[in-house]
Design a protein around this ligand. Structure first.
Ligand SMILES: NC(=O)c1ccc[n+]([C@@H]2O[C@H](COP(=O)([O-])OP(=O)(O)OC[C@H]3O[C@@H](n4cnc5c(N)ncnc54)[C@H](O)[C@@H]3O)[C@@H](O)[C@H]2O)c1
Length: 423
C-alpha cells in the first residue's frame, strides 16, 4: 500500500514523465517559483483546504506545488474533459501529494463525478475555471455553502457566469475575478490563446496558413491574439463580431470584417473565440468550401454546432489525424472539425506556454494568499483582485526578463494627481 492521497487518474506509472514535464514548465515560471519559495517559509495556507477545477496541465501543476508549499491540502479536478494531461495528473498524486480526480477523455458523467470527488474534500476555498465547480456547490452540493469561504475564477466565461449568479442574488460567497487582472487577460487570453490555438491547428492539420483566409469569430482578447498571430504567418484574416466597437477596432487593425454568413463561403480555417453559442451552425456548414477546417478556442463546446454535423453528415471519418474528425456531407464536401469543438488549444495541443501562465497563476497564488487573510471581510459577490497584486506580478515578470522601467518622481506624481496645472 502507498500513502498517496485519494485520486482517480488514468495511470500512475506515467508519473516520472509527468514530473519531468512539470519541471520543464517550471523553468519558464520564475515569478511563480519566487512566490513558492516565499510560501515555503511563510506557510499562508496552514490548515487550509483548497479545491480546484482547472485544466490539469504542467502549468497548473506548478500552481498546485506553490499552494502546497504554502501549507494547503489540495483537491484538483479537470475543467475540461479533453485538457487533462494524464502524466501530469499522475505526477501530482505520487510526487506532489495532491488529490487529483482527472482522466483525459472522460465523459460528461465522469467529469461531474470528478468535480464531486474534489468537493468531497470539504474545501475552505475554491479555484474555478469556467464556474462549473462553483455552480455545483450552489446546486447539488449546497451543504458546502456552510464551509466554502471564498474563491477565485480564472476565465472570461466563468466571470460572466458568476456575474449572472450575483445579479440573481444566487452567489452565496465571495468570488474574485482573477481573469480581470491586466496581467491575466491582456497576456494569457491574447498571447497565450493566440499562439496555442495556432499550435493546435498545426498539430492537427499541418496546414499552411500563408495565403489562406482565416476567419476569427470574436475580436475580444483571445480573438485579437489569434488574429494577430495568423496575420503574422501570412493569413488573410477575416473577423466576425456582434459588437460594433470591436468590429471597428478589427477594421482599423486592417482586418476584413463581415457577417459569418459571408465569411463562411470564403474561409479556409475558422476559429471561434466568442464565449457565445451557435457561432458556426447549419447555414454556415451548408456553404463552406470543401476542406474547410474549423475549431473552437472559447471555453465551452457550444460555439460550433457539432450536433448538426453528427446528424446531417453523410459519413464521418473519425480522427483521420490527431484530434481531427472529417465530416463528409451529402454533396461530397469534406469539413474538418478539430478537438470535437472543445477548446482546441488544450484539447489538441498543450495549452498556453508556461511563460504566460506564470503571470496568470502568480495572480491566482497571490490572490489565494490575500483571500486566506481577508475573505471574512468580503460580502458574497464578484470582487476584483487588489491592484497591488496585479502590479506586483507585472513588476516581478519584468524583473525576471531583465527589463527595467522608469520610475515616477514625486514631481511627476504630483502633476498627474493635481488639476491646477494647465498650458
Ligand atoms: N482557449 C483558451 O485557453 C482560453 C483562454 C482564455 C479565455 N478563453 C475563453 O475564450 C472566450 C473569449 O474570451 P475573451 O477573453 O476573448 O472574451 P471577450 O469578452 O474579450 O471577447 C469575446 C468577443 O466575442 C464577441 N462575440 C460574442 N458573440 C459573438 C458572435 N456570435 N459572433 C461574433 N463575435 C461574438 C464579443 O462581442 C467579444 O468582443 C471565453 O469563453 C473565455 O473563457 C479561452
Amino acid at each position: 500500500m502507498t500513502d498517496h492521497p485519494k485520486h482517480d487518474v488514468a495511470d500512475l506509472s506515467l508519473a516520472a514523465q509527468g514530473k519531468t514535464r512539470i519541471e520543464w514548465a517550471e523553468r519558464s515560471m520564475p515569478v511563480l517559483r519566487q512566490i513558492r519559495e516565499r510560501f515555503e517559509k511563510e506557510r499562508p495556507f496552514e490548515g487550509v483546504k483548497l479545491a480546484a477545477c482547472m485544466h490539469v496541465t504542467t502549468e497548473t501543476a506548478n500552481l498546485m506545488r506553490t499552494l502546497k508549499a504554502g501549507g494547503a491540502e489540495l483537491f484538483l479536478c479537470a475543467s475540461n474533459p479533453l485538457s487533462t494531461q494524464d502524466d501530469t495528473a499522475a505526477a501530482l498524486v505520487t510526487e506532489y501529494g495532491v488529490s487529483v480526480f482527472a482522466r483525459n477523455g472522460v465523459d460528461t458523467k465522469g467529469y461531474y463525478e470528478h468535480i464531486d470527488a474534489a468537493l468531497d474534500g470539504r474545501p475552505d476555498f475554491v479555484f474555478d475555471d469556467g464556474c462549473d465547480l462553483v455552480n455545483t456547490v450552489h446546486t447539488s452540493r449546497t451543504e458546502l455553502l456552510e464551509t466554502v469561504k471564498a474563491g477565485c475564477e480564472e476565465t472570461t466565461t466563468g466571470v460572466i457566469r458568476l456575474r449572472a449568479m450575483a445579479a440573481d442574488d444566487a452567489l452565496k460567497f465571495p468570488m474574485v475575478a482573477v481573469n480581470d487582472t491586466d496581467t491575466k487577460h491582456m497576456f494569457d487570453n491574447k498571447y497565450g490563446t493566440g499562439q496555442s490555438t495556432l499550435d493546435a491547428i498545426f498539430r492537427c492539420t499541418n496546414t499552411l496558413l500563408a495565403g489562406k483566409n482565416m476567419v476569427v469569430a470574436g475580436y475580444g482578447y483571445c480573438g485579437k491574439g489569434v488574429a494577430a498571430r495568423a496575420k503574422g504567418l501570412g493569413a488573410n484574416v477575416i473577423v466576425t463580431e456582434i459588437d460594433p466597437t470591436k468590429a471597428l477596432d478589427a477594421t482599423m487593425e486592417g482586418f476584413r470584417v463581415m457577417p459569418m454568413t459571408e465569411a463562411a463561403r470564403i474561409g479556409d480555417v475558422f476559429v471561434t473565440v466568442t464565449g457565445n453559442r451557435d457561432v458556426l451552425r447549419a447555414e454556415h456548414f451548408e456553404v463552406m468550401k470543401d476542406g474547410a477546417i474549423f475549431c473552437n478556442s472559447g471555453h465551452f463546446d457550444i460555439e460550433i454546432d457539432v450536433r448538426w454535423l453528427e446528424d446531417n453528415a453523410a459519413s464521418k471519418n473519425s480522427k483521420i489525424r490527431h484530434q481531427t474528425d472529417e465530416y463528409v456531407l451529402a454533396d461530397g464536401r469534406r469539413l474538418l472539425l478539430l478537438a470535437e469543438g472543445r477548446l482546441v488549444n488544450l484539447g489538441a495541443a498543450e495549452g498556453h506556454p508556461a511563460a504566460v501562465m506564470d503571470m496568470s497563476f502568480s495572480d491566482q497564488a497571490l490572490t489565494a494568499e490575500w483571500l486566506a487573510a481577508h475573505a471574512s471581510e468580503l460580502q458574497p459577490g464578484v470582487h476584483e483582485v487588489p491592484e497591488e497584486i496585479d502590479k506586483e506580478v507585472a513588476r516581478l515578470k519584468l524583473a525576471s526578463m531583465g527589463i527595467d522601467i522608469d520610475v515616477l518622481t514625486p514631481e511627476r506624481e504630483e502633476y498627474l494627481t493635481s488639476w491646477e496645472h494647465g498650458s
